[in-house]
Design a protein around this ligand. Structure first.
Ligand code: GMT
Length: 375
């Protein structure tokens, strides 16, 4: 099939999922066209089956806000016509589903029918879409999609509760490509990050408030009192400066490494023992899944879709949001016993393999077929 994918091209989970899905679909022979304002970060290679179309929004002084949705819907109309695209898959409701629907309507005027799949990723529902200023448009866009998917059962239930949705929602969990990890890194240079006797704890995110970055630091502060350890913080975002300051205040700055954004998170995860994800909410927690496939145990909050990924007492532990002491206690328990830690790490890899793209891709192909047949 010829499929147009709309996503955010940044380091966020929804962009990563959309990009990896597009790459996998292209490997299966589909022709994939990414339509977004920048080449997605994980899209390194373009080939015969992978194309990228940049959405330009010209600056005009009259506009206080530049109309991205307008530029996106026009670009979609042009791209769909030019390449004979058969299906549109938008990731993140705001404003992609809205712009996608406008494109669909414009094309219909010309006798072209294009089915639209909308994948809900979480913040488009729980944090942003829920706002009264957006809610009507988000509800409308969801209901006008031909197929709606959500990345977890929890997100599906939240969507049904928050919005007046008339559409059925198919749960298609996020995925990883486990063949990438089957041999592991041969040059996993743990010694670059920590001394021989130190454990390595990692956190990866976009450092927004929802990630509860201070909790990551506080958990580590407690852990390092009992166990020699280093904390590796990967990512950039508004909470980073405060996190650095907090490390100074707590006297642990020498044990915490802030690495910034990275395209090599697997190289970092390959020498990590524990992954911390204390988020306020998380529709899925793709970062935890990526840690798990790299054989890293998880200490997380018990919120949103995280329990669908991190299994209590098997792949890690889950605590109430904000319960820093419980998270620290669980982390110390795991890090204190090499045998138990190894068991959890093995379990993490085993459970993560269930989310292999090989199992998930056919679910997307099934909904594509359903949407295509509904023409
Ligand atoms: O919160 C983020 O890290 C970014 C955000 C996004 O929209 O890209 O992630 C959301 O989508 C990811 C992929 O489906 C999920 O794994 C994240 O849990 C979800 N974030 C939240 O729900 C807060």
């Amino acid at each position: 099939m010829k499929i147009a994918i709309v996503c955010y091209p940044t380091f966020g989970g929804s962009g990563v999922v959309a990009t990896e899905l597009g790459i996998a679909l292209a490997e299966r022979g589909h022709e994939i066209h990414f339509v977004t304002y920048k080449q997605p970060v994980r899209l390194e290679l373009l080939d015969n089956n992978i194309h990228f179309h940049e959405v330009h929004v010209p600056e005009y002084p009259l506009f206080r806000y530049q109309p991205y949705e307008l530029a996106l819907s026009s670009k979609l109309v042009d791209t769909i016509k030019l390449y004979g695209i058969e299906l549109l898959h938008v990731h993140y409701a705001i404003p992609h589903a809205y712009a996608g629907y406008m494109a669909k309507k414009m094309l219909k005027e010309e006798g072209i029918y294009i089915p639209m799949i909308t994948t809900l990723h979480g913040t488009d529902i729980t944090l942003v879409g829920n706002h009264p200023f957006y809610k009507s448009a988000v509800t409308f866009s969801i209901n006008k999609s031909d197929v709606v998917t959500s990345v977890s059962e929890d997100l599906k239930q939240k969507t049904l509760k928050i919005f007046n949705v008339e559409q059925d929602i198919s749960v298609i969990p996020n995925f990883i490509d486990s063949k990438k990890y089957s041999s592991g890194y041969t040059d996993c240079q743990r010694s670059l990050m920590a001394n021989e006797d130190e454990k390595i704890i990692t956190h990866i995110s976009n450092f927004r408030k929802v990630k509860r970055i201070p909790d990551v630091i506080k958990v580590f502060h407690e852990v390092q009192k009992e166990i020699p350890a280093k904390l590796i913080m990967v990512g950039e975002g508004p909470e980073k400066e405060y996190a650095e300051q907090l490390c100074e205040e707590l006297g642990i700055a020498d044990s915490v490494l802030f690495l910034g954004n990275s395209n090599e998170i697997d190289r970092i995860l390959c020498f990590s023992d524990l992954f911390l994800l204390p988020s306020e909410t998380e529709s899925f927690g793709l970062a935890a899944l990526e840690a798990m496939i790299n054989k890293v145990a998880i200490i997380s909050s018990n919120t949103g879709g995280i329990p669908e990924v991190n299994k209590e007492g098997v792949t890690g532990f889950l605590s109430d949001v904000g319960d820093v002491n419980d998270m620290a206690k669980n982390a110390i328990y795991l890090l204190s016993d090499g045998i138990i830690l190894e068991e959890f790490k093995e379990n993490a890899k085993k459970i993560a393999s269930k989310f292999d793209i090989v199992n998930i891709l056919p679910l997307y192909e099934e909904v594509y077929e359903k949407a295509y047949k509904s023409r």
